[in-house]
Ligand binder design. Structure first.
Ligand code: C2O
Ligand code: CU
Length: 465
């Protein structure tokens, strides 16, 4: 299980990293954290917010004193945040000023197949496309990223990702920290060369050894001695984070991919594989003003990776009384219907040195093939197995939020008890999931969200009929 994995890793002495980042990468905690800007609608009507985004290349100062060429939504890395509300439609006009096709996917969103950004519908260079997001779903920390077939891994790596924060009355009624005390932390890794440029090589996991938080290298963040809500998003291609505060201080986990949990879960460890989100409350009042606490990553891309540093929180006195709280009850999730269809899904890739292909149920992705047909309204139970013995995978389904029933013989981790769209599957493990397909009909992908793997073929499609 997750807890024993965390304990094992925590007990392992840190080995030296095999590859050092280049000299252009600054010392940890020298760069301040920034928070992505909120995108302003170009127009609002009684029912709909309209936005306009341009995708273009930009040379941004990511490492101090140098510029790195990245692909951006509106010139930022991550792109600007869209704030949406359940029941209000969002329409985004996306203009592609890059020299390759793109497609924008709202990860975790229940959108029509046409607006899903997958399925080969791309925006040609110089072209544009309007995506409509109905937001007929509860609050959640969602994110947008490129999904252009065969290029999504490189496009995400080069910067095409941004946040989409969906709220609703349930969430707004809670006394959780809000405003500037509700902070997204988008985590990813990157491989910089000596000229501070991003190096893109498929499956280049050991060399992507610089951690960026909201696009800043191993930053520091000044926090008041009070409660903060931190929304952690893993936008890495491949890196799984196992996070811990250096003092093993408790995180109050309040949410995951599909919004708030029913009740908060206390844990010193957070496991976050690519595409996943976790929301936590940390009460920095437990630290003396003037002190600092480092957020560490215990898990590297290889077995010999070092204990990584992700960012540092520098605690300062609170300027006002903290009136936030974490209620013992956060929301009520719908009761689980009984599944009527059971399926087995197998994830497997060629072991290192034996090839470069990756499979679902023995097949490399083919956009012209429907792998699974689902009758609208059905509740299904999927047992997804990682058939590799050394390579971790995860599993993401478009369109639905699922529930994690168990991990083979072991119970699911309490932090996985809410709505999920992506779940980690360690080598040799099986995870049992349940989902109800009662929104849109049409074709959607399911895949490993370690996107270099999906790019090598670990992707398939279901059709809801
Ligand atoms: Cu986050 Cu198919 O993607
Ligand atoms: Cu994988």
């Amino acid at each position: 299980g997750l807890a024993s994995l965390a304990d094992r890793l925590a007990a392992t002495p840190a080995a030296a990293a095999t590859v050092a980042p280049p000299a252009t990468v600054p010392a940890p905690f020298t760069v301040p954290l920034t928070v992505p800007q909120t995108l302003r609608p170009v127009r609002r009507t009684a029912t709909t917010d309209y936005y306009s985004v341009m995708m273009h290349r930009r040379r941004l100062e990511i490492l101090p004193g140098t510029r790195t060429e990245v692909y951006t939504y509106n010139g930022d890395l991550p792109g600007p945040t869209i704030r949406a509300r359940s029941g209000r439609r969002v329409v985004v006009r996306q203009r592609n000023r890059l020299d390759m096709p793109t497609a924008v996917h709202l990860h975790g969103g229940a959108t029509t197949p046409d607006d899903d950004g997958s399925g080969g519908v791309t925006i040609a260079p110089g072209g544009e496309r309007v995506y409509t997001y109905p937001n007929h779903q509860p609050h959640a920390t969602l994110w947008m990223h490129d999904h252009a077939h065969h290029m999504e891994a490189e496009h995400l790596y080069r910067g095409l990702s941004s946040l989409y924060l969906l709220t609703d009355a349930t969430e707004e009624a809670l006394p959780l920290p809000r405003g500037r005390f509700d902070v997204p932390l988008v985590l990813r890794d990157a491989h910089f060369d000596a000229e501070a440029q991003l190096v893109w090589t498929m499956d280049d996991v050991e060399n992507r050894n610089t951690i960026l938080v909201n696009g800043r290298p191993t930053p520091r963040f000044e926090v008041q001695a009070r409660r903060y809500r931190l929304r952690l998003v893993n936008s890495s291609n491949m890196r799984i984070f196992l996070l811990r505060l250096a003092d093993s201080g408790i995180f109050n986990v309040i949410g995951s991919d599909g919004g708030l949990l029913e009740a908060p879960v206390d844990t010193p460890y957070l496991l976050l594989s690519p595409g996943e989100r976790l929301e936590v409350v940390v009460d920095f009042a437990r630290y003396a003003p003037g002190s600092s606490v480092v957020l560490e990553n215990l898990m590297g891309p290889g077995p010999t990776d070092q204990v990584g540093q992700v960012m540092r929180f520098d605690v300062v006195p609170a300027t006002a009384r903290d009136r936030s709280a974490v209620p013992a009850r956060l929301r009520t999730l719908p009761t689980l219907p009984t599944p009527t269809v059971r399926r087995q899904v197998e994830l497997r890739m060629d072991e290192p040195g034996t090839g470069h292909r990756a499979y679902i149920d023995g097949k490399v992705f083919d956009p012209d093939r429907i792998d699974t047909t689902i009758a609208w309204g059905t509740t299904e139970e999927w047992t997804v197995t990682n058939a590799n013995t050394t390579i971790p995978h995860n599993f993401h389904m478009h369109l639905v939020q699922f529930r994690v029933l168990d991990r083979g013989p072991n119970p699911a981790d309490p932090t996985e008890s809410g709505l999920k769209d992506t779940v980690t599957i360690f080598p040799g493990q099986s995870v049992r999931l349940q989902a109800t397909f009662n929104t849109w009909r049409g074709v959607y992908p399911y895949h490993c969200h370690m996107v270099d793997h999906s790019g090598m073929g670990m992707m398939a499609q279901f059709r809801v009929v």
